[in-house]
Design a protein. Structure first.
Length: 491
């Protein structure tokens, strides 16, 4: 009851403060309006940066900030200036006329953007590691101040988004700020903030809404839609994955649609449409001139394995290792597509799996080995044991796959699925069960970090199967699985 009374009192005080806002001096009003454009709170360093901007109140923010704190309108919490109540922030923000508010967001965004690399290049690349932070000299010659560029990029882009595409009439500005959103979205996704990434990608698409898929916007459109589809996949938003992926497929050539095809196949698998996923994948591979047999009879499968073994025997491991990373971007996209198909094949024990794996091994040997190539080398290793009862050949192919991954430093998005397939298909024969369980747990964690939600669920399922094989009680596994799934859903 005391908490409820306190809450009501706070609301009443906030309402009283709101009613007196119109009587504040113009400098204090201007200070509050700028702060309100950032939401409920803003970093003090950011306000000090804005003091060089013409819209900052005369004399800077500090004198007005002290007065406003004394009146209970705002407060300083650590390094943040915070409105004492959301009603106050809302009233201040809504009191700004729409056009003036959009102009304010625009000018703040452009000013902050000028302190980043957002306009440094027309190429749409990830923010360089060297730009993890930028140096900004304090205008009042106090101590040196560092503002993380990643935060500044996000803040600047959000300010532009708050102004909205309709505020800008110039086509070049639309393209410019769509590019900003791509950069902000890419950086958010790289840091596993997939909800924020999807928000930026959506806004980037909105800025190009009248110029989608034109010659001069094609590349940026493709990257924005791919980013939106990937982020939607990481969030488990399968309807959005389908929408963005199909938009890409309907507007680009086959080679440029490979990422979208892979995401769409993965989305169909998550929905349990495994046969549709496999059929779609086989169709795309045949369009890419993969020699996938028309039938999957045991004889055809064995003949395909033997042909792949003969072709691979022309290479020794050193040649395979030296051939690594010489393929182009198209090769890597195709290998990722095959990983999505292989995952769907696994779920329904599809006889297409050895045929797809063998043809992809041949493709990798001809076009260059990448980390993703290890997936199909590992699958072929499994079938050497399972179908030909040759543990020696299985170990040889498994060694090829393992060494391909050992040439890649640390876990990366490119290696996480190959590591899963090695645990699933190779370690099963040669590695102690507990070691595989430990590897699966690591893969599960990294999958969530990299946004591969479907792989995380597959890995969790396989890990619990391995635990069951080790002798864990089914009731305990069931309870633990339920708790883990709730944790994954909440994150």
């Amino acid at each position: 009851q005391d908490k409820i009374c306190t809450l009501k009192t706070a609301d009443n005080v906030a309402s009283l403060i709101v009613s007196n806002l119109t009587s504040l001096p113009i400098g204090e009003v201007q200070c509050l309006r700028i702060i309100s454009c950032f939401g409920m709170q803003v970093d003090i360093d950011l306000l000090e940066l804005l003091e060089v901007f013409k819209l900052a109140p005369q004399g800077g923010f500090e004198p007005y900030r002290r007065n406003l704190c004394g009146q209970g309108i705002i407060e300083v919490v650590s390094t943040l200036v915070v409105f004492t109540h959301d009603l106050i922030q809302e009233q201040v923000y809504e009191s700004i006329p729409l056009k003036e508010r959009q102009q304010l967001h625009c000018e703040i965004g452009i000013f902050l953007g000028s302190k980043t690399s957002l306009d440094a290049s027309s190429e749409h690349k990830p923010i360089d590691a060297a730009m993890d932070q930028i140096y900004l000299s304090d205008v009042s010659d106090k101590e040196e101040t560092y503002i993380y560029a990643s935060s500044l990029v996000a803040i600047a882009t959000s300010q532009i988004n708050n102004a909205g595409p309709e505020f800008f009439s110039d086509r070049a500005q639309h393209f410019r700020f769509a590019s900003w959103n791509f950069r902000a979205g890419k950086h958010a996704a790289d840091h596993s903030s997939f909800r924020a990434a999807l928000h930026y990608y959506k806004n980037g698409i909105a800025f190009l809404s009248h110029d989608l898929w034109l010659e001069d916007t094609y590349e940026l459109c493709l990257k924005l839609y791919e980013g939106a589809a990937f982020s939607s996949s990481a969030l488990g938003e399968n309807s959005l994955v389908s929408m963005y992926a199909n938009d890409i497929i309907n507007n680009v050539n086959l080679e440029d649609s490979l990422v979208a095809q892979s995401l769409l196949i993965g989305s169909l698998s998550v929905l349990g449409k495994y046969k549709e996923s496999v059929a779609r994948g086989i169709t795309v591979l045949r369009q890419l001139k993969f020699d996938i047999p028309a039938t999957q009879t045991p004889t055809v499968v064995m003949q395909t394995l033997e042909r792949t073994e003969r072709e691979a025997s022309m290479y020794n491991f050193s040649q395979i290792a030296n051939n690594q990373n010489r393929g182009d971007t198209k090769t890597r996209k195709i290998l990722k597509l095959v990983e999505s198909i292989a995952a769907a094949c696994y779920q329904i024990a599809s006889p297409w799996l050895p045929l797809v794996a063998c043809e992809t091994v041949r493709y990798s040997l001809q076009n260059g080995i990448h980390a993703e190539s290890a997936s199909t080398f590992g699958i072929v290793a499994f079938f050497q044991v399972f179908l030909k009862q040759s543990f020696e050949l299985g170990r040889q192919w498994g060694t090829f796959a393992t060494n391909i991954l050992e040439n890649v430093e640390g876990p990366t998005p490119a290696t996480i699925r190959p590591r899963f397939f090695l645990c699933l298909y190779v370690n099963f024969w040669y590695v102690p069960l507990q070691t595989s369980i430990n590897h699966m747990l690591e893969i599960e964690y990294m999958s969530l970090k990299f946004g591969d939600t479907s792989l995380a669920y597959m890995t969790k399922s396989m890990r619990f199967k391995f635990l069951f094989f080790r002798g864990e009680r089914l009731s305990i596994l069931s309870q633990t699985s339920d708790m883990n799934l709730q944790t994954m859903a909440s994150t």
